[in-house]
Design a protein around this ligand. Structure first.
Ligand code: GBH
Length: 504
């Protein structure tokens, strides 16, 4: 990244332009390439409600939210935005935004109440058929996540993601999805942020199912998720791709890990280590060579040895699995929200964990503007830097931003900070495309509307639309940010204020 910036700055200087600071700081007017995909996102458990209606089985979230003290305010997703009943209204909101795509997820236990083929819930399939058909009738393409964290509880009772049997179960579920919806769905995301499942669900326990084995479980879970992803991709290749002609990828989160001191080689190494542990954990096996990143392998092997273990806590893929896993993404989905400052830190923790395995200290600069979520600060420059990191690390493969957004705690309709956030992040992404040649193909805002924000309940709101959760009808009202995003979409970027083509 810094090499790119230096080169560009040099060229600007040579060509008589002003210094690089201007290049970095100026707002960049321009448009995204033709065919750029515009989307906004939700996830089943966060918006659907109808948690036990029409034959749906319970998910691990239905169980987790009922454990005392897990969710702020004792909130649940039992009703949430009630999109199960209000999906037609949701589609009208999408139409007004002008998006080309809508990213939503399918609830596995809604279509397979036990997670396996013993019972297929036709009412659940019907719901997604109605939603997909309503989208298409309104000129909006579905962008479907198969797994956004709501595992069927019945599978968790058999060990969930810790049990290798899940690979076949997930592939069976994926097959049902391709078979039922693949005639109309051309954009598939197998998993949303597997890291959160592995570390949040099974490592630190802050997410369902709330298990706490931070040094071992995350690696086992991730291993099974990667195999499930690969098996699903291969299934699509073998049985569906020729006919359905869609694409299949995976969505990974990525904080921009900025070296705390960019001039320190140790800080730069720490930042790279953190990025490989976060993103490379999945993207490296799937897109590079079927194996975990070298730095993960050496760190976890070394730590395991120090503990006196005879085998590494980071499992190995067999040669056959490596071949099967490598090359199983048509694109990478990127969820980008914020940045961290990285520096080295010798592991102070015992027992070991995914976090201490990295030997990295991650902090945020207290000067970065805050949001409604403690982990999220306004860091637009990281958006461009992350896209450049992906470009270099994964040979410029196609990237779709599948989430980007910011929270507040009050759901204000006049959300100027959210408008600023979207404006500045999108502009950095535009620079990444136009000035740096990054292969970004689309952008998705999180979220269409305020919804159930996992352990934070309804206390942190990311919506372009306000939802009144005390009104049984759950009315949605557009915020200022919805109007802003609609304008950016209409202009396919940022047209200069004096442009005659400006659509207003
Ligand atoms: C996304 O994750 C999710 O895909 C989406 O469902 C969610 O609503 C959205 O973000 C907004 O949060 O509480 O300090 O342990 C974004 C990545 C990873 C960010 C987990 C929050 C927990 C931080 N998330 N992380 S903490």
């Amino acid at each position: 990244m810094s090499t790119c910036v230096c080169l560009v700055s040099l060229l600007l200087l040579l060509s008589g332009h002003e210094a690089s600071r201007r290049y970095e700081d100026d707002f960049y007017y321009g448009t995204f390439p033709d065919g750029f995909l515009w989307s906004t996102a939700t996830a089943a458990y966060q918006v659907e409600g109808a948690w036990n209606e029409d034959g749906k089985g319970p998910s691990i979230w239905d169980v987790y939210v009922r454990e005392p003290g897990k969710i702020v305010g004792g909130a649940t997703g039992d009703v949430s935005c009630d999109s199960y009943h209000n999906y037609r209204e949701d589609v009208q909101l999408l139409k007004t935004l002008g998006v080309s795509h809508y990213r939503f997820s399918i609830s596995w236990p809604r279509v397979m109440p036990y997670g396996n083929g013993t019972v297929i819930n036709q009412s659940g399939l019907d719901y997604y058929n109605r939603l997909i058909n309503e989208l298409l009738a309104n000129g909006i393409q579905p962008m479907v996540t198969m797994y956004h964290w709501d595992l069927p509880e019945a599978i968790e009772e058999d060990g969930g993601w810790l049990n290798g049997d899940i690979v076949d179960l997930f592939t069976g579920y994926a097959k049902l999805c391709f078979k039922t919806f693949g005639d109309r769905v051309k954009f598939w995301i197998t998993f949303n942020e597997p890291l959160v499942v592995a570390v949040g669900g099974y490592g630190d326990g802050g997410k369902a199912p709330g298990l706490h084995q931070p040094g071992t479980y995350p690696y086992i879970v991730a291993h099974n998720i990667i195999k499930s992803h690969a098996s699903t991709y291969r299934l699509y290749d073998e049985e569906f791709r020729a006919l359905q002609k869609g694409q299949v990828g995976i969505t990974l989160s990525m904080v921009y890990n900025q070296p705390k001191d960019p001039n320190s080689a140790a800080d730069r190494d720490a930042a790279e280590r953190a990025s490989q542990f976060e993103h490379g954990w999945f993207a490296h096996p799937i897109t590079v060579n079927g194996e975990y990143p070298d730095v993960m392998r050496s760190q976890v092997d070394m730590k395991s040895k120090e503990e006196g273990l005879t085998t590494s806590r980071l499992p190995h893929f067999t040669d056959d699995e490596k071949r099967r896993i490598n090359g199983t993404a048509d694109f990478l989905g990127l969820n980008y929200y914020t940045s961290n400052l990285a520096s080295p830190q010798a592991s102070p923790f015992n027992p070991p964990s995914y976090h201490s395995d990295q030997d990295v200290l991650l902090e945020q600069d207290p000067k970065w503007p805050k949001s409604g979520s403690s982990w999220l600060r306004y860091t637009p420059k990281g958006a461009r830097a992350v896209l450049n990191w992906l470009k270099v690390t994964y040979k410029n493969m196609p990237i779709y931003v599948t989430e980007n957004g910011v929270s507040d705690n009050n759901g204000s309709l006049h959300d100027f900070y959210r408008v600023n956030y979207y404006r500045d992040y999108l502009d950095e992404m535009l620079k990444a495309v136009r000035l740096d040649g990054c292969n970004l193909r689309g952008y998705t805002s999180w979220s269409l509307m305020d919804n159930f924000e996992w352990a934070r309940g309804y206390s942190e709101k990311f919506g372009l639309h306000y939802v009144n959760f005390s009104d049984p009808a759950r009315p949605r009202i557009p915020k200022d940010s919805a109007k802003f995003i609609a304008q950016v979409i209409a202009d396919n970027g940022f047209k200069p204020p004096n442009s005659e083509e400006h659509s207003l």
